[in-house]
Design a protein around this ligand. Sequence first.
Ligand SMILES: [Zn+2]
Length: 442
Amino acid sequence: MVATGTTDYDAVVTDLADDLLTYIDRSPTAFHAVEETKRRLLAHDFVELDPRKGEDVSGGDRCFIVRGGTIIAFVVGTQDPTEHGIRMIGAHTDSPNLRVKPVALTRAGGAFRIGMETYGGVLQHTWLDRDLTLAGRVVIRADKGLETRLVNFARPLMRIPSLAIHLNRGVNKDGLKLNAQKHLAPMLSLETGGELDFRDVVADELEDVLSAQIVSWDLAAADAVPSVRSGLSREIIHAPRLDNLGSSHSAVKALLGALDPQPATRLIALYDHEECGSRSAQGAQSSFLQGVIERIVNSFSTNATSFYTCMANSFLVSADMAHAVHPNHVDRHEPKHRPVLGAGPVIKQNINQSYATNDETSARFSEWCRAADVVPQHFVTRTDLPCGTTIGPITAARLGVRAVDVGNPMLSMHSCRELCAAADVDKMVGAMRAFLTDPTHF
Ligand SMILES: [Zn+2]
């Protein structure tokens, strides 16, 4: 199935895949993914721009700007972006998960449970019987007003126990049926420990914060088990949030590998809220990216049509993980479009525009793959199955920019713990870097 053998895997499985594990483990939520991305950018002399100020940028500048769980980073080209365009990679920082309700604790059966909302298309049963931790953002009342703090318990803290088969005899035959309100509340503690205040739990984890200072939170359950390599040759990755930290990580690595001066501006936009439709102030439907592009363009030219000219010269690679063919469910794929793990990036196409790819943009991405010694795979969904979507069509429509939808193949998408191939990390980063550094004007 996979074209490369064990020896080849040894050659291609470099520390890029291990670095992905680190990126994921440091990013239990979109907020943490932004923080980890920031840390990497700052180490390469990027400067954070203040969204409340409109400073100009100039050729060679390395900048980023943050809005909640979204980060946009760019390296300004040496030439006017109106003429030389912006090469953009889009991805998302969020993943389906369980989020703590504003009144967090409930009691039942001698235990304190945490009431959870489901975020995005959660594959619910995969959250049962896992060691779960808590992470996210907390708003506290400080001396100078309200402040936000990130928190990550980073250890097994709670669990959603499944119901014993003896009490649910038909489960293997009839399938597991879960009610999201009743059955997805993790157990945090036993009542034998006495009264429990959720603010105390969070305050204990934050340095120098008292329970009474905690005003509100956006906290998520996350897999507490570190990401690992598996398979006979360590060629497989088991990790949470591969969709879409896998692509966010590739985008960051590609940008940091394309810092040398060149005419075109290079940009990555890693969005929150993709999993719930992108409609928020920091989602792909927002004006955030357009505003950043206008800031770059207006630093060079104040012509009223500059933005549109710039977009005509620009290109977007929308990167989101793709469905590899499942060895136990081969027939769920279109017979001639079955991407396999380890065989490289997938170009995703849908004639009804669920993906932004068209014939021209597919061909361009294929050429960048070729430049990186990678052969792309192709995906269309079965004609009798509906198709997923990405930030690709949203961004293409909003900006009027050419775009292609791509992604590395993976299994267990939207599970609490997903799976992909280590070799594909290198291949995607290589193709993205070829795009960002393409010496031609396209
Ligand atoms: Zn995704």
